[in-house]
Ligand binder design. Structure first.
Ligand code: NCD
Length: 313
């Protein structure tokens, strides 16, 4: 990865992804070798939306690289509540930190932030847009269990508002994966995402039912219905609970099927799956540490490269 911002999975080539994942493997194998790597540097955590995993794993990853972290705190307690613009907020925070992790409810927020600062920006979720660091840890999990070649992946649930889905689909296209999208009609992939996938030669099929494709899948990536993004709560209640996985659902699955989920789950995966060999979601969440360590290390290295990185914004 030559760029020093990570805004969208669409900016990543197969080589970029493999380089970060190779580094994540190296980090996982020998964390002590990375412990002081970025001592004296500071990571700013700017979360304008709720987060547990992403915020805490970036915090932990930074500290395991020897960095300190500063946290904007809740939006209500920051100057944003006084009406400060996002551009001003990130310009100020840039002066306090060597890299910024940003989550924001508006699609395009990370792109805007990156236009205003020189320090690396990681998009940790922009509305229903993208969540590329999640994709890297998803791919790391898939790679460690199945490799990244000849994959057949089912992505199920809220494909309309799920930013993890939009990022993962773009990245899987780089690996020529067969992608099956399973959702109610009202939550199918947005037209713009389908367009981008077609443009890049993705192999995609859409379904309203899991049964027909399940036996072919190496990976089933389940997502939460993104309640907070529904303009109408009644519409949410119409689709919530429709796509739920339990032991009976998986009877026809391949023995080595990996069930993944970016978490938090609400009730999309029955707890009875947790103890089976299919369950990968907790391993997936834990992979956030080596992958985000590798990502921060790469972005800071690129930003400080003497030649200057080839920035593609
Ligand atoms: C996801 C997100 O915020 O998009 N969570 C995460 O980062 N692991 C998924 C979700 O909220 O459903």
């Amino acid at each position: 990865m030559r760029q020093d911002h990570l805004i969208t999975a669409k900016q990543l080539s197969r080589d970029d992804i493999e380089a970060v994942l190779d580094r994540a493997r190296a980090v996982a194998d020998d964390p002590a070798a990375y412990a002081d790597r970025h001592a004296g540097r500071v990571l700013a955590l700017c979360f304008f939306e709720p987060s547990t995993r992403t915020r805490m794993s970036f915090d932990s990853a930074a500290k395991r690289l020897g960095m300190n972290t500063i946290d904007m705190g809740d939006v209500d307690s920051s100057s944003v509540s006084k009406g400060e613009s996002l551009a001003d907020t990130v310009r100020v925070i840039e002066g306090y930190a060597d890299a910024l992790v940003l989550r924001h409810p508006s699609e395009g927020a990370a792109t805007l932030a990156a236009e205003h600062v020189e320090t690396p920006v990681v998009n940790a979720g922009d509305g229903a847009g993208q969540h590329p660091s999640q994709t890297l840890l998803d791919l790391h999990t898939i790679r460690e269990n199945h490799g990244l070649d000849d994959l057949t992946v089912g992505i199920m649930g809220d494909l309309k508002y799920g930013r993890t889905v939009h990022s993962l689909a773009a990245a899987l296209t780089e690996f020529d994966a067969n992608q099956h999208f399973i959702s109610p009609e009202s939550l199918r992939l947005p037209r713009s995402v389908r367009f981008d996938l077609h443009e890049t030669g993705a192999q995609i099929r859409e379904h309203t039912d899991l049964d027909g494709v399940l036996p072919d899948l190496d990976v089933l990536y389940v997502t939460r219905i993104q309640k907070e993004r529904f303009p109408d709560e009644n519409e949410y209640h119409r689709v919530a609970g429709e796509y739920r996985i339990d032991a009976e659902t998986l009877e026809d699955a391949a023995e080595d099927l990996s069930v993944m989920h970016p978490l938090p789950r609400v009730d999309e995966i029955a707890p009875e799956i947790d103890g089976t060999d299919h369950a990968r979601y907790f391993e997936q969440a834990h992979n956030g540490i080596p992958v985000r360590m590798a990502l921060l290390d790469t972005l800071i290295e690129n930003a400080e490269a003497p030649e200057g990185p080839e920035v593609d914004r």
